[in-house]
Design a protein around this ligand. Sequence first.
Ligand SMILES: *Cc1c(COP(=O)(O)O)cnc(C)c1O
Length: 391
Amino acid sequence: MKRRSSELRAALSAIDRQHLRRTRRDVERFPDPANRTLLHLQGRDVIDFSSNDYLGLAHHPELVEAMAACAARCGAGSGAAHLITGHGIEHAHLEEELAAYTGRERALLFSTGYMANLALLSTLSGRHESVILDRLSHASLIDGALLSGARLRRFAHNDSGAAAQLLANSRHPVAILATEGVFSMDGDLAPLPELARLAHEYDAWLVVDDAHGLGVLGASGRGSLEHWSLESDAVPVLMGTLGKAFGAFGAFVAGCADLIELLLQRARPYIYTTALPQAVAAAARTALRIAQRESWRRERVLALAGLFRRSALQAGLQTGEALTPIQPLLLPDERSALAAQARLFDAGFAVAAIRPPTVPVGRSRLRITLSAAHTEEQVHALVGALADTLS
Ligand SMILES: *Cc1c(COP(=O)(O)O)cnc(C)c1O
């Protein structure tokens, strides 16, 4: 084992040399139990500008109550996989509600978005086919393509012309063209109308991972597709998560009945795993209702994102292009991103330094995210601290 152990140490010191060591900090408590933007960690209270709780639902009392009440009825765990006895009435209702919310025939729940993407890509593509992805696609889309055994090709970020060339020149039939609706680290929007046209022309599945668009974009919060006024025929495969804007946990794929049935029959990340607890599904159902009922949450997070961008610009800081809750501030390298993160923590803010391989080499950054639970004062205070830190 000696050689193996020294390999571990060598791998870890290589990570350190590149300033790529990742560390976790324990959130010890939430000083305001109804609002997760305030965290107590490493001995102090800080304002969190790094979560994906865009609508401020993660600590909503109605979600917490729904979860507790369901756990009292159904227990803490589901006990089995969906196809055995783990699938409960809360799951069934949530799937129906998600299908209705997204305007699709059916929806299928997954424990995580990561697994949903593995399931989608490995079911809809295989060897002797190609998968074409935006270069900045989430790791789970890439891993799904690798799992499928298909040829993976990636096009320059949001460049539909480059995607068209890959489609035209592919030696294998293209099974899937996939992208994120809103990019998780840049907050910009994929050119979905052009990608939909291309997928249609080449008879490929267009898969849109709308982890960061659902609940936030579009006139009624139905995400990137609503933002672009795209019907479900244009984007036949929609993936969404329940742990971000919806403040709960889990994920889903929505599409036509045959697509969902085939995933249920074939997708190993669906079949061979324990169903998520029904209590989690109950919380997600409540979130879905609140998100539709309280459209002010969506309007508010976008207004705060706009406020952040305007004041950052006035302070001489260059932020994201698009008006979404994800606002990146690019920094010269990994070290300066880490240093900025540390200085902001000292100033009372939790802001994440994002480094490779989450983002490409040379694109390290602070990823600032807004939530409907933030106040204007908190946003102004953050911009002040950023200006002090980065100037
Ligand atoms: C977060 C995320 C996922 C994974 O979802 P989880 O439910 O957290 O596993 C997939 N795709 C994108 C674009 C994401 O940002």
